[in-house]
Design a protein around this ligand. Structure first.
Ligand SMILES: Cc1ncc(COP(=O)(O)O)c(C=O)c1O
Length: 402
């Protein structure tokens, strides 16, 4: 039996993959090409330079992998660290948890600072742990900038200050998968050593192109011989193979061609809008979402305004209401995709992703849909209250800076 046709577009409001601008979709519609041809570097070489803009970096080195963001996590750890090395990290959501899990499975000795979900990294505690490590056994600090599971953003500048105040030489690795390209990110100013991104969020592309920006210090660590045979194994993810070929505009293996064309167009979109405007737009849309949540009489998972994420809002369903039911109903009835609650917050939250290619009216569609789905599922929300609060806010706050 043929599937029932669902007219109109699916309203995609998960926090990645995000909506892809039509012009980026068109740019990816290309025939296959010889990735060893003399013409190929003309496409590739500028990408290494242009992609740095969204990382807030001039000094860094971009490395692309045909992988999702998880692959870039692995490349950062595997290229710079040795089996048994100590790393320090904070855990406050599913993605920071998964990074801990990866580091442990790779054979690292992970010091975990557990924070309440709904909060983020505590620079003070990180500083304390580093000050106590007088022998400098901790080789890296790993921080998730924007914890997508809970809608929480941590202050990376403050983490850098804590590392410097402790006079500690550890590398700083930052997962910017759901922040880079959407939230202010200052790789050089924050002296981030590995900044980790994936194509399917702020870059507004399909998943499949992992993007790393590495500092000179990280690259030096990858070249060192410290650790001898105890260096973590890596073959596919070896930076050295990439760094040999990339400067001439080639890759050590077959690159995902459509994603490279898409990236070129997406970077052009970001340049045309202006990075500061992109950040401002994300802030305004996020604030409008929070206004809607308040008007519904609900709370966000982020415990205090200082943790609020401008790319995703995790909304706590009222006691006794299964958030998974709201998500399913929104999808089945209104063709609206909301983000699920993960792990500890499964069934407790639903998430509205507001990052990537969106504007006021697309957001209002999601807010209206979430509101309708909640009412259908028995949540006591005044019809129209979220839409009214968000639209009033949006009317007063233009998406472009004045
Ligand atoms: C903060 C964060 N880290 C890591 C990941 C995993 O990235 P990927 O699914 O691209 O491997 C995600 C995915 O949503 C994420 O949001």
């Amino acid at each position: 039996m043929a599937a029932t046709r669902r007219p109109g577009r699916n309203h995609l409001f998960i926090p990645g993959p995000t909506n892809i601008p039509d012009r980026v979709l068109r740019a990816m519609h290309v025939p296959s090409e010889d990735h060893r041809s003399p013409d190929f570097p003309a496409l590739v070489k500028p990408l290494f330079q242009d992609a740095k803009m969204v990382f807030g970096s001039e000094a860094g080195t971009i490395i692309f992998y045909p992988s999702s963001g998880t692959g870039i996590w692995e490349s950062a750890l595997a290229n710079t660290l040795c089996r048994g090395d100590k790393v320090l990290t904070a855990r406050y959501g599913q993605f920071s948890h998964l990074w801990v899990d990866m580091a442990q499975r790779l054979g690292l000795d992970v010091i975990v600072q557990d924070e309440a979900w709904g909060t983020g990294a505590d620079p003070e505690k990180i500083g304390q742990a580093l000050r106590a490590d007088t022998e400098h056994k901790i080789k890296a600090v790993m921080v998730v900038h924007n914890e997508t599971a809970t809608g929480v953003t941590s202050d990376i500048g403050a983490v850098r200050k804590a590392i410097d105040a402790a006079g500690h030489p550890a590398l700083l690795f930052v997962d910017g998968i759901s922040s880079i390209g959407s939230l202010p990110f200052e790789m050089d100013a924050w002296k981030v050593d590995c900044a980790i991104a994936g194509s399917q969020k702020g870059f507004m592309l399909p998943a499949g192109l992992g993007v790393l920006c590495a500092s000179a210090k990280a690259i030096k660590a990858s070249e060192g011989t410290a650790g001898g045979n105890d260096r973590l194994g890596h073959v596919y993810f070896a930076w050295s193979d990439q760094l040999k070929q990339n400067p001439t505009g080639y890759f050590p293996y077959t690159p995902p061609l459509p994603l490279l064309y898409g990236l070129r167009e997406a970077l052009e979109c970001i340049k045309e809008e202006g990075l500061q405007n992109v950040y401002h737009r994300h802030h305004v849309l996020a604030e409008a979402t929070r206004q809607a949540v308040a008007a519904w009489g609900l709370k966000t998972c982020a415990k205090e305004p200082k943790w609020n994420s401008d790319t995703v809002t995790a909304i706590l369903a009222p006691e006794g209401v299964d958030a998974a039911k709201i998500i399913k109903h929104a999808y089945d009835r209104y063709n609206l995709s909301l983000g699920a609650g993960l792990s500890q917050v499964a069934g407790k939250v639903f998430r509205i992703g507001h990052l990537g290619d969106l504007n006021e009216l697309s957001l209002l569609g999601a807010i209206a849909g979430a509101e309708m789905a909640m009412i259908d599922c028995g949540v006591h929300v005044t019809p129209g209250s979220g839409v009214a609060a968000a639209s009033s806010y949006l009317r007063e706050h233009p998406l472009t800076r004045g």
